[in-house]
Design a protein around this ligand. Sequence first.
Ligand code: SAM
Length: 309
Amino acid sequence: MHTCPVFDWEAAWHAALYGPSGFFARGEKPSAHFRTSPLVGPELAVALVELLSRVDAALGFPPVVDFVDVGAGGGELAFAVRSLATGSLAARLRVTAVELGPPVELPGVRWTSAVPECVGLLVGHEWLDSIPCPVVTGPSSDPWITRWWPSLADGAQAEVGAPRDAAWAAAVASVRGAALAVDYGHLVSSRRFTLTGYRAGRQVPVVFDGSCDITAHVALDACAAAAGGDRVLVSQRDALAALGLTGTVSGSGWEWLESAARAGRIAELRDPAGLGSFGWLLHGNGIPVSSLLPPLPPWCPDPASFPEL
Ligand SMILES: C[S@@+](CC[C@H](N)C(=O)[O-])C[C@H]1O[C@@H](n2cnc3c(N)ncnc32)[C@H](O)[C@@H]1O
């Protein structure tokens, strides 16, 4: 009897991104293929320096305070945080970019390929969506699907988020201070199959030949539970406002022009139908999350406003 070999989605996805000639492994950077919040301008970094300052204060101003950017891509966020920090924070700040692809020479940023132990703030900005997953077809007895995707219909496909849960739990455990995952995603109440490709600014069909980025939305509720502890899951729109990022236009002449451009960038980062709908999953490890953000509404991604599909 002839039986078809089972296609190993996770292995194919991994090879396509991180194998010897994989998309990210060979040095492709997001800026050539898609727009992420760090590429909009320095405003996300402004908000994260504010968050880092709150972490620093909650930790009692340690001699060295880390900003660790996991899945750093071209290092834009790490470099912006390094450049924007001032005063005592800047003097004690150590910025690390964690990246599987080749490093980029940037002043004040050290590069590594493994998440280090750290004291301060660890950020995974659009990191978890790039972690390959198995794909199953319903009905499935996979324990992750049973727990986190109970609505999976017969014949429908689903990404199994277990590798992302494990990666996030390990990252949160590696930091004393706070860990923040920022990503597009869904909740148990709004799951859907989202595996897709990106190349040169366009969404493209998934091919596992290393020619495109391959991504899928993140089950952030599952990641939150896997890492455990004190945490909140809120929208980027609300979190940025709570960190002081609300653009207003003021002044005259050139100053007015600059404030209008800045307000436009903040509006893009907070757009509820775009980047503002991203989830911010913030864990405190040794410090309370309530010392970092005020109470905010829980993240409630609207499937109709998913920015990428
Ligand atoms: C979608 S890009 C995001 C880049 C950047 N954070 C941004 O938002 O512009 C994801 C990046 O994560 C990196 N990556 C994925 N898994 C990783 C891991 N386990 N360790 C380090 N980097 C990883 C990829 O190589 C890729 O550069």
